[in-house]
Design a protein around this ligand. Sequence first.
Ligand code: DGJ
Length: 714
Amino acid sequence: MLEIETDPQRDEVTVRQKYWGPRLSSSAAREAAALPAGSATPSGARRHVTSFSQPAEIEELLPVDGGLRWGVPALQVSVDGIRSLELRFVSADAYPENGSDRLDITLQDRVFPVEVVLSMRVFADSDAIERWATVRHHGGSDATVEITRLDSGSWFIPDAADYHYRAVFGAWAEENQLQRGRLPVGELVFTSRQGITGHHANPWIMIDDGSADERYGEVWSVALAWSGSWRMTTTRRPEGGVAVTAGFGHDGVRWNLPPNSEICSPAVLGVYSAAGTGGVSRAWHRHVRRHVLPAADRDRPVLFNSWEATGFTVTEATQLKLARRAAAMGVELFVIDDGWFGKRDDDRSSLGDWRPHALRLPNGLSDLFDDIRALGLKVGLWVEPEGVSPDSDLYRAHPDWVLNLSHRRRDYKRHQLVLNFARHDVRDWAFEWLDKLVTELSLDYLKWDMNRPFTQAGWPEQEQAQDRVWIEHTRNVYSVLQQLRTRHPHLQIEGCAAGGGRLDLGILRYTDQVWPSDNTDPVDRQTAQHGFSHIYPASVMSAWVTDSPNANVGRHTPLRYRFHVAMAGVLGIGGDLATWSPAELEEAGTLIAQYKTVRRTIQHGSQYRLGGRPGALPSAVQYVLNDQVVVLVYNPHGNVKSGPRWLRLTALDHNATYEVTTGGDTGDCVPGRLANGSRWHGSTLMAVGIRPAAWEPIGEDYRSDLIVLQKLPD
Ligand code: DGJ
């Protein structure tokens, strides 16, 4: 609910968020609309106003740099070097659009040829509110319009006695680590200056008054749908009140707007839930499935990926051997990772030369893929379209195609540079070779990787306008992905950026799943998966079972534990199957078969984090879809005397009976252990709980279980 208020003396309009919270009935909404906004009305100002502060700006939908404001500007424009926007109201237009209700509020500067449109959209079948902003130079003068900040929208979090936040931080091989804390008075900034979303942070935040937990309490959350650099600033004002403003680009980046042109921000979304962090996560998952993913309803196949097994040493013989074993285990898709092209024997060369490695794959890939398909597997290939090795024919032919700045070095990272996708010739070249590759090899799957952040990022020919690379690169990555999807509707695409460096609601519009981390150790993975699940659903979370000891961290874990952790998302296999024993291959086959019986529920159902500390102490996660209930139970450090023994399930039908179809490890006959075929009241399972063997206090490390229940008809 908004309030548009014009100050006739200053000839200026402010657009404020008046209400964001539980859905109101239309009569309650009418009633609320008549009430004054929280602090903002001149008469009813509740916050402490002095000559040095303007607390109400925190409630604005897009506080500009201008007028009596000193907070974080969500929009900062200068015209012919003059900053400070002064906006007048032009119009407010509401209309239905593709199953949603849209509102555009158009504002215009009193003097300069600058128009600002604040857009928003609500959905009947989702709790998310989507917002974005457009700035236009509407011509009539050749004034120079320069934008140094354009956020998609600012969100005001209603008054509370205190404020706490949840967000994730990370690093390469350690993505999506949940952090929480009390919001300090001041500004809390999460940002990426890398041209990609980044491993170190992810563009979302959840805010509550400090009392919300997984199941209870009000939570307000904001997430940005953008895969390049970004900034999200949360302000807690000394007078009270919190706002989150988010948008693309990072501090210092400038965009010029020529006459008769516009710049449109990506979307920022907000979701409120009264059902704790679990409730708000499920609302995000629903929204992603219904309104973000391109093919949400598809079951994601169990794939094999060659990276950890063979590294760069991709040969016909190594891949076929793996494919035979994978097919026998029940794998459905075989993906050849890095190392298949140019003369790529390590990461020092060949990005850009996208033809099969002449020495290691002398017969190309066609015959190999035919042989793999003959085993009943679909086929996929790794690519890194934005990457270029200085040692490549592509770079030798087109040194000007990379992001670069005149008179500056071109520093290498992972021995490579980044192609400037903002250039149309680069974008078209990328689509052309990718389209050809997918067509000629009849690929079912592409893994699109990106292993290097931007540095020295410019486009010298564009002179003053070269900062546009920070936006247009990402937009053209989206455009190539979209063109590929349109041309090859069956194609599935996995997003990746050196693990989880590009995970966000923007890339998920064009991809089916995302590789969350290069760290495949199941214990480390649990904490990463926990953070991941706060916004993103299990159907987009690729998860491989790899070897033990783990290649990244050296930890030994049982195959069963590795499987149970990977089953919490889209199960894949990434181990060197050539070294797995017959017993391991057989056990893997059984677990893959089991996953197939529950994958619809895991990938498309509602997810409940059942507490515990994933990766550290006993924990569990539950999924419900229609009548099936799937529970994955973990205990990494088995011999823990404290901690829960009883696990209370949730979201079941109190009055229904549930039959145990997979009871997990029943071990000794302990009350609460679920024997196959036993039947339980929903209320018993929720009120008393079950007693998983994996949670018994004394036992081996790395115990885990898969428990499946079926609700019986009345
Ligand atoms: C980084 C990815 O995250 C890995 O899975 C793998 O594809 C390598 N790149 C290949 O270079």
